[in-house]
Design a protein around this ligand. Structure first.
Ligand SMILES: *Cc1c(COP(=O)(O)O)cnc(C)c1O
Length: 230
């Protein structure tokens, strides 16, 4: 068995076990294989092993890969989205995880209208207010929520976060739990349905699942250490 197939099998088992620990069904969690920096051959191996959802963080890279792979792959946009890429990105991704400002949301809404689309998106939350990361702080979200939820072409389905780096996976639990509380607060306050929580990566996806993640984004634990495509 190829290492990618083997890793996928192991990750699926770990997802199942994490779900069982907290009484969730493993069908409540979508595994997104983050294929950035890995070649189409690796993606095809994962696809042939039954993996359906893949995440990319740069349009230039995704643009080259998408036409070389089966049409039925589900692509997730997980990286910073530049305004000048929005029109190209929208039709190709089943979920945009990285709407990180009101300005970007309003622009994507405008483009979606022009293109006749209703894209599914998540709001990226920068819980710790890290300067190196983009995303809404909880205060930004409180300020902008009404305007965001009134955008008529964006299907805002939930929240995404990348918590600050931690030493042990367990140390991330508080961030994941806070994220879930913000989701509950916002959906109650604005009467909106926000079923998706995109959180957890190779190092901490089990803790994220225990705290309510519905989408985990796992790269290196499936494909190995990232190398350059060049
Ligand atoms: C690269 C990346 C991941 C995957 O990271 P791994 O540690 O390799 O699992 C998940 N989410 C985002 C936003 C990323 O950029």
């Amino acid at each position: 068995m190829n290492h990618i197939e083997q890793h996928l099998q192991e990750i699926r088992e770990r997802i199942q076990t994490a779900c069982e620990r907290v009484g969730r069904g493993s069908d409540e969690v979508t595994l997104i294989a983050v294929s950035k920096n890995f070649p189409v051959e690796d993606i095809r191996i994962a696809w042939d092993a039954g993996q359906k959802h893949f995440g990319e963080n740069r349009w230039q890279e995704a643009e080259a890969k998408i036409p070389m792979l089966p049409h039925a792959l589900q692509w997730h946009c997980i990286g910073a989205l530049q305004r000048n890429k929005v029109r190209k990105v929208l039709p190709h991704f089943c979920l945009i995880h990285s709407i990180d400002s009101l300005r970007l949301a309003a622009y994507a809404n405008e483009v979606a209208k022009e293109e006749g689309l209703y894209p599914a998106v998540l709001l990226q939350v920068n819980l710790a207010g890290e300067l190196t990361k983009s995303g809404f702080s909880p205060e930004d979200l409180e300020r902008d929520a009404e305007t965001l939820f009134a955008l008529d072409r964006l299907e805002i389905q939930g929240l995404m976060t990348v918590p600050p780096p931690v030493e042990k996976p367990e140390d991330a639990r508080g961030w994941f739990s806070e994220m879930r509380q913000w989701r509950d607060t916002f959906s109650e306050r604005y009467g909106v349905n926000l079923p998706i929580l995109s959180m957890g990566m190779s190092g901490d996806f089990e803790v994220a699942i225990e705290e309510g993640a519905t989408h985990v984004r796992v790269g290196s634990a499936i494909f190995g250490n990232r190398r350059s495509l060049a």
